[in-house]
Design a protein around this ligand. Sequence first.
Ligand SMILES: CCCCC/C=C\C/C=C\C/C=C\C/C=C\CCCC(=O)SCCNC(=O)CCNC(=O)[C@H](O)C(C)(C)COP(=O)(O)OP(=O)(O)OC[C@H]1O[C@@H](n2cnc3c(N)ncnc32)[C@H](O)[C@@H]1OP(=O)(O)O
Length: 240
Amino acid sequence: MLRSCAAPLRSLGALRGPRGGACPPLCEPRPALRSFSSEKVIYKDFSIPNPSWSKDLRLLFDQFMKKCEDGSWKCLPLYKHGSLQRIQDFKTFFHDPKFTKEDVMTQTRLFTSSFEEGLGFEHAMFYNDVEKRTVCLFQGGLYLEGMPGFLHGGAIATMIDSTLGMSALIAGGIVMTANLNINFKRPIPLCSVVVINSQVDKVEGRKIFVSGNVQSADEKTLHSEATGLFIQLDPDKSLT
Ligand SMILES: CCCCC/C=C\C/C=C\C/C=C\C/C=C\CCCC(=O)SCCNC(=O)CCNC(=O)[C@H](O)C(C)(C)COP(=O)(O)OP(=O)(O)OC[C@H]1O[C@@H](n2cnc3c(N)ncnc32)[C@H](O)[C@@H]1OP(=O)(O)O
């Protein structure tokens, strides 16, 4: 049975960042269909099982959806486009309006959602507010190959960045990655399922320190360990 992540997310909209900032737009409940100016754009939640998902990924997804039932975990929705709200937020930081024009924004895709079903970054993310943990269930597809039969390190780094970044974003609002360190310990076979764990370790002013690891679905193999530094953007500073 296909289940959307949108419904269990409703209460996440009430979260606040450490500086009292509103919870980032990514975490707010959003309807599946939104109006983008005069044009209709379908905001489909992509963090629901599709036919490319392996049995392992479905099983893990179902386990986490079960954990969502008592409210301890939330499933985070994934979209291909940025939302209007996100565009508005980033406008504050980009003084060059070229990339925030609506007609350009409708053509952009989030990197991790830009492949055909099953070939790229199949994933779903869950968040535990009490533990300040974000977990990403990730199945890397055939187009993410590095060494023959294994995931490219850049693809692994992308999902680690996204997962650690999500922890930072939930804690601190609009952030960017300033530093990401990864120890690749065991290669990840293509199309296998891994679990990326991340947690906020420390917040110092605008700096959010996050750490995490990548484990096989059966938790027997530690594939990677990572730390990241994310910086809350300063609305008084231009990024460009
Ligand atoms: C993180 C994203 C969230 C992921 C979301 C997941 C799923 C996605 C769903 C929806 C889409 C939403 C978001 C987008 C998706 C994914 C994005 C993935 C993340 C990225 O792909 S993102 C691109 C790569 N990223 C960059 O392109 C950054 C380039 N960079 C800069 O734009 C600046 O560099 C900036 C803004 C980072 C800081 O600039 P700034 O001027 O605001 O701050 P400043 O330099 O003053 O530093 C303040 C304090 O941080 C210390 N500090 C700074 N850098 C440090 C370092 N490297 N090491 C150690 N300490 C450092 C200073 O020493 C000072 O410390 P102190 O206060 O103690 O003096």
